[in-house]
Design a protein around this ligand. Structure first.
Ligand SMILES: NC(=O)c1ccc[n+]([C@@H]2O[C@H](COP(=O)([O-])OP(=O)(O)OC[C@H]3O[C@@H](n4cnc5c(N)ncnc54)[C@H](O)[C@@H]3O)[C@@H](O)[C@H]2O)c1
Length: 348
């Protein structure tokens, strides 16, 4: 299939591009590079620098490139920023998604894979969270995604759009070859933040709350390897039928506590981290885990890298070979292949 990937220069989108190419699809990326990196886009894909806010660019690429399906990753992703600047999130995540949907309708493109989020559930009523749990997002980021989900369903009802909505939990890790990885500025995700501080003994790793009703007292969260997530996108894409849609959670199901993640980081990096235990933060649920049974049963998704150590190892390989992210100038290929051997040794 010929696939347009919006946000394909970003963290998850660039890994999805790689997986799409591996599966034999042709890829065009549309990214405004606001938070993405040109270097993250596989050379076999065509990169168009432009915004989903621009209906002319969208229509042109959908028509000229004879696009058959769209994977829509382009969005802003910082929950805290969405609280202080809701306009940015409703505009980019929701309004620009409407512009995309309308361009797809006009161009006759009727297959869409949409990046949604666990944030649409808000505080879980029950865990593991299943897809039919009621939606009750607690911040503008989550609400902007929920509204887009609703619009997608309305486009199915009105115009026969076929779709797969994928709700991810915490995405982590990197391409096992360490060519691409996570490079967010600012970085708000736990694993890359810990790894960025691993070489600096002064950097504190804070644990908020050690008295939760979990096996070790710290919060439990669901992590999924970015390549497993990318593979799920390909499976979802290939399953879409015009006029039909489905929603899938993507997580690891078991979850890992904050302490387990920190232990994995210490093991993989061989560094002792400076841990600081603090009081609970308001609004942090003890456990947030997805049920991913639906995608496993219906699309036969089987995560290849479920171990937290492998997830951290791949993130660490990327971090070490690209200490300044995509701005890292020269990468020593020998050092890289050595790290790949380490990765193999540590893949459990
Ligand atoms: N990272 C996670 O853990 C996580 C969890 C749940 C959901 N998601 C969702 O996955 C998607 C990708 O997240 P990510 O972590 O790769 O983020 P990212 O910031 O790395 O990637 C987003 C990309 O979209 C581009 N972009 C933003 N607005 C655009 C626009 N208007 N036009 C064109 N390009 C635009 C950015 O430049 C960037 O390259 C997002 O939709 C996010 O909400 C991510």
């Amino acid at each position: 299939m010929k696939v347009l990937v919006t946000g394909g220069a970003g963290y998850i989108g660039s890994h999805a591009v790689k997986e799409l190419l591996k599966a034999g699809h042709e890829v065009v990326v549309l990214d405004n590079l606001a938070n993405g990196h040109q270097e993250a886009v596989d050379k076999r894909a065509r990169l168009i620098v432009g915004s989903t806010s621009d209906p002319d660019i969208l229509l042109k690429v959908l028509r000229d490139d004879k696009i058959e399906a769209v994977m829509h990753f382009a969005a802003n992703i910082e929950v805290a920023e969405s609280v202080s600047d809701p306009h940015k999130y409703y505009t980019n995540n929701f309004s620009n998604a409407l512009t995309l949907l309308e361009a797809m309708k006009t161009a006759g493109v009727n297959k869409l894979v949409f990046s949604s989020t666990a944030a649409v559930y808000g505080n879980p009523v029950k865990t593991p969270i299943e897809e039919n749990q009621s939606l009750s997002p607690i911040n503008p980021y989550g609400r902007s995604k929920m509204m887009t989900e609703m619009a997608i369903e309305d486009y199915r009802n009105a115009h026969g759009l076929g779709f797969a909505i994928l709700r991810y939990f915490n995405v982590a890790g990197a391409d096992p070859e360490a060519h691409i990885g996570e490079d967010h500025k600012p970085e708000s995700h736990l694993i890359p933040r810990i790894l960025a501080g691993a070489n600096n003994p002064e950097v504190e790793v804070k644990i908020f709350g050690t008295d939760y009703p979990t096996h070790d007292g710290t919060c439990v969260r669901d992590y999924v390897h970015v390549m497993d997530l990318a593979h799920a996108h390909v499976l979802a894409l290939e399953s879409i039928k015009a006029g039909e849609g489905d929603i899938y959670n993507l997580g690891s199901e078991s979850g890992f506590s904050v302490r387990e993640v920190i232990n994995a980081c210490e093991k993989v990096t061989g560094k002792k981290l400076k841990i600081v235990e603090e009081a609970r933060r308001a609004g942090d649920p003890a456990t947030l885990i997805a049920s991913s049974q639906k995608i496993k049963n219906q699309l036969h998704w089987k995560p290849k890298y479920p171990s937290i150590k492998t997830i951290v190892q791949h993130a660490w390989n990327w971090h070490q070979s690209h200490p300044d992210g995509f701005r890292t100038r020269s990468i020593n290929p020998e050092a890289l292949s050595q790290k790949h051997d380490n990765a193999k040794a540590l893949s459990f």
